[in-house]
Design a protein around this ligand. Structure first.
Ligand code: F6P
Length: 574
């Protein structure tokens, strides 16, 4: 069922099942197990999935393939699956013990085996009376720690929001600048953008992540340092980019105030590394901690969300945590075939492994979710972009998809041409809300009409005969034909509230988890980011060296590129 069609056919063809476990070029490569083999056989038997026929033959299809969890509705009827595909996919979930691994995660077992850590981000949103522990310390209730930090965060956020917290010059805070990268940036910036409608007007929240000095320069543009609070967000407090930006911000503040003591009133730190925070010069009284069992990309509901809490207030932050919890409970209790993260995860496996489709587009028809695709890129690709299984053996077949996307309707005028008529099939998640925050014109009706129109057009296309019937001249018929059978999920929520955002994020967190278990990988480490970091450190030293001898320690390409930069740098610096 790969995207192997000509682009004008009406069906998508299922790959040859006979080659399933032997040759990547001729069919899906999957483990040789009963559930996988049943799926491959099913795909072969399904052969061609034509959504027009599927819907015509089964008037109940939409109803049967629409499920709800918390406030979210998922309609997955426009996917290239048959009536019994989901049953076979849930059998794969059972065979790979997704439920058992899920329970192990919630029980604090060290499922992050390469780092020997528990994975307990679900404790970040547990109610105060819950009990959750790292399995290595069963008598220590981590929920108590979580609520102790949440309480301190709320107290500080309230003081900042009310103007009681004043800076060095006795003035209230008007600008908050979060300095962090990856999980210490993408979650806070995504959520602050998503919940802009709930944010205080009198505080401007900005984000700096890139070590490109233009990022910090832009964030500092027009700010009054006397009214600015810098939040240095770094789980490890060793990240090159974050420390470079934080050092520069600190130097500017000290130069501006002429007083080192100003740092205490203008800097907060969010970290697991108290020593690193102290060494940097931030008083640990101004530090909000979290724990090694929180992965960076799973952390914006921890202290890492401080900038968000200041923006929207502790009550709204708490509503968001309740939303996360709602989805956690759904994931724990809903039967597999009606369990949103499970179903979305399994559909992703169907496309990635059986249909060999490499990407997933996430298309929010909610402008405030503009940064959601970027956030999901880290969540999904840093978690499941792996080729080695937990036991050290290579994976069999494909793992995480390439995640990308932009808000609709903007994307429609950019890349949807390829989605409709390109030679590759791109499964897509369309996300919409029933009620907007604004009351502007008929905009929301137009927006939602576009969402529904796109999923309909992608699914059902337009045949050559339909094009001809419109009187189109024959030479243009092929150009104006839409193949259809382009699979989409539609996710609808009542409104983009903090509560709904929490549910949406937890939905994708758990979807990624389901897939990681099925692929047998550790979704919670990220060794693949290390090599570049090490090489960059070495290259900085070489770039900044006064040694006039040419660079020779690398391959000829890297040597020449570095040398060219060094020459330009010497000229620039005189
Ligand atoms: O380089 C990747 C990464 O380690 C991410 O996993 C993490 O979210 C990001 O860097 C930032 O790390 P830290 O919060 O420790 O600065």
């Amino acid at each position: 069922m790969a995207g192997s069609g000509s682009g004008v056919g009406q069906t998508v063809t299922v790959n040859d099942a006979a080659a399933a476990t032997t040759d990547i070029s001729t069919g899906p490569v999957v483990p040789d197990t009963p559930a996988w083999n049943a799926l491959v056989a099913h795909a072969a038997q399904l052969g061609e999935v034509d959504l027009r026929t599927a819907f015509a033959n089964d008037p109940e299809r939409a109803e049967a393939m629409t499920i709800e969890g918390g406030d979210l509705l998922l309609d997955y009827s426009k996917h290239l699956i048959g009536a019994d595909t989901m049953a076979l996919l849930t059998a794969l979930a059972a065979e790979t013990d997704v439920a058992g691994r899920r329970d192990a995660m919630f029980a604090g077992e060290h499922i992050n085996s390469t780092e020997d850590r528990a994975v307990l981000h679900t404790a970040l949103r547990a109610p105060a009376d819950a009990v959750m522990s790292d399995a290595d310390e069963p008598d220590h209730n981590v929920v108590d720690d979580v609520h102790e930090v949440l309480g301190r965060m709320a107290e500080t956020a309230d003081r900042i929001r009310s103007g009681e917290w004043t800076g060095h010059a006795g003035r209230p805070i008007r600008t908050v600048i979060n300095i962090g990268i990856g999980g210490s940036d993408l979650g806070p910036v995504m959520a602050t953008t998503a919940l802009a409608a709930f944010a205080a007007d009198h505080i401007d929240t900005r984000f700096v992540s890139n070590v490109d000095g233009d990022d910090l320069g832009e964030a500092l543009r027009g700010v009054d340092l006397d009214e600015t609070l810098f939040i240095v967000a770094s789980k490890t407090f060793t990240t090159q980019e974050t420390l470079a930006n934080a050092r520069e911000a600190r130097a500017r503040l000290v130069a501006h105030t002429g007083d080192e003591a100003a740092v205490a009133k203008h800097f907060l730190a969010l970290s697991t590394n108290a020593e690193g925070v102290a060494a940097f010069g931030i008083d640990t009284d101004n530090m909000f901690g979290f724990w090694d069992w929180v992965g960076g990309r799973y952390s914006f509901d921890s202290a890492i969300g401080m900038s968000l809490m200041i923006a929207i207030g502790p009550d709204a932050f708490n509503e968001m945590l309740e939303g996360f919890r709602t989805m956690d409970e759904h994931f724990l209790t809903a039967e597999p075939a009606r369990n949103l993260p499970m179903v979305m995860g399994l559909l992703g496996v169907w496309y990635r492994n059986i249909a060999d489709l490499a990407t997933l587009a996430v298309l929010p028809y909610v402008n405030d979710l503009a940064r959601f695709p970027a956030y999901l890129q880290q969540l999904d690709m840093e978690s499941n972009g792996k080729r080695i299984r937990v036991d050290g053996s290579p994976v069999i077949g494909e793992t995480g998809p390439i995640v990308w996307g932009e808000p609709g309707t903007n994307g429609q005028h950019a890349f949807y041409q390829l989605l409709h008529q390109g030679t590759t099939v791109v499964p897509a998640d369309f996300i919409g809300v029933l009620e907007p925050h604004h009351a502007i014109g008929e905009h929301h009706d137009l927006l939602m009409a576009n969402l529904f129109a796109q999923t309909e057009a992608l699914a059902f296309g337009k045949t050559a005969d339909e094009v001809r019937a419109e009187g189109v001249e024959e030479r243009l018929v092929a150009h104006k034909t839409f193949p259809g059978n382009r699979p989409t999920s539609t996710i609808l929520a009542p409104k983009l509230t903090p509560h709904v955002l929490g549910q949406l994020v937890a939905l994708y967190e758990h979807k990624v988890f389901v897939q990681g278990v099925i692929w047998g990988i550790n979704s919670f480490d990220q060794w693949g980011v290390e090599l570049g970091k090490v090489l960059a450190k070495r290259l900085v030293a070489e770039i900044q060296s006064d040694d006039a001898a040419p660079v020779t320690g690398h391959d000829s390409s890297t040597n020449a590129l570095v040398e060219r930069y060094r020459v330009a740098r010497r000229t620039r610096l005189g």
